[in-house]
Design a protein around this ligand. Structure first.
Ligand code: TA6
Length: 296
């Protein structure tokens, strides 16, 4: 269902039989809402989010491509999140079976303007699927369509903002004992110690070569988010905490308490595609009452 969102921007609403839903803006190919069958919002979007191109939308799931963060010469997190995507009505067959599921296919291609800042031609296909249980799946396929024989290299992230009740009560499981790059310490490499990850100050880390499953436990809501990923070896964890939050104009001063970014990503080892080659990367999210989770 295509309709008008904030400021008249086009958005698509996906609905599932039990009442789960998701919303996707064509601007950015950006998921801005994911609700369970009770209508509870599972993603965080700032009350100060600006839905006005060329601003980026604070919250939901920004797509970081072709550059994660400021790891290259492009704008932070690349340009895909500030471009207008189109609906792809005739996508080539996907490896996943989306029958019985609500989904939308979007596409972004190089524009002549963008070729000036990133001199490559590509087709980026994004399928966003809402499964029968309300699972939210994002599958990206990026193809090098250069005609000059040149390869290109990129980094990538699904910059997912989870909505949490109280960040101080949240635990992340699946990253303990892993190596990470600490963005707050010049991207130096450290090894995570001990138990599950908890939050008591600013965190901005890239965990390297993580397991494919990460759990985010929201104790107050007694809910666990499960993130599963494929083709994306790394996982970014970010919360700006109080001081940094105050420097972010489109984030309320106290909103950091209700958000946590956990992002399926490919950061440490960039992906290189030769002309004609395609890369796939997938992130699947589910939200379940904690008592139903394995090992709880
Ligand atoms: O993913 C973590 C991060 O790269 C942080 O360093 C932080 O700056 C955040 O993303 C938000 O970036 P943005 O450009 O959306 O303000």
């Amino acid at each position: 269902e295509l309709c008008k969102g904030i400021n008249g921007l086009d958005k698509i609403i996906l609905r599932e039989v039990r009442g789960c839903s998701a919303e996707v803006y064509l601007y950015g190919g950006h998921v801005t809402s994911w609700k369970n069958e009770h209508g509870e919002e599972l993603l965080f979007v700032s009350s100060k989010a600006i839905f006005k191109p060329p601003k980026t939308i604070r919250g939901g799931i920004p797509i970081c491509f072709p550059q994660f963060s400021n790891l290259g010469s492009l704008e932070p997190h690349g340009f895909a999140r500030t471009r207008f995507w189109t609906i792809d009505n005739d996508p080539p067959p996907f490896p996943i079976n989306s029958s019985n599921k609500a989904f939308i296919d979007l596409i972004l291609k190089h524009s002549e303007e963008d070729v000036k800042i990133w001199p490559h031609r590509y087709e980026f296909r994004l399928r966003i699927t809402l499964g029968p249980g309300g699972d939210l799946m994002l599958t990206s396929r990026i193809r090098n369509t250069n005609t000059d024989g040149k390869s290109f290299t990129f980094t990538f992230a699904y910059h997912t903002y989870f909505h949490v009740t109280d960040i101080s009560e949240v635990r992340v499981e699946g990253l303990e004992t892993l190596d990470y790059l600490d963005n707050l310490k010049n991207r130096e490499r450290f090894t995570e110690q001990g138990d599950a990850i908890v939050f008591e100050s600013e965190v901005d880390k890239v965990y390297l070569s993580t397991p494919t499953k990460i759990a985010i436990l929201d104790h107050e809501r007694k809910r666990t988010f499960e993130l599963r990923k494929d083709g994306l070896p790394d996982a970014v964890v970010w919360n700006p905490w109080d001081k940094k939050a105050k420097t972010i104009p489109d984030l309320g001063d106290d909103e950091y308490k209700h958000m946590l970014c956990v992002e399926a990503a490919c950061v440490e080892k960039p992906i290189t595609l030769k002309p004609g080659e395609e890369w796939r990367g997938r992130q699947e999210l589910s939200a379940v009452p904690s008592s139903y989770c394995s090992g709880q």
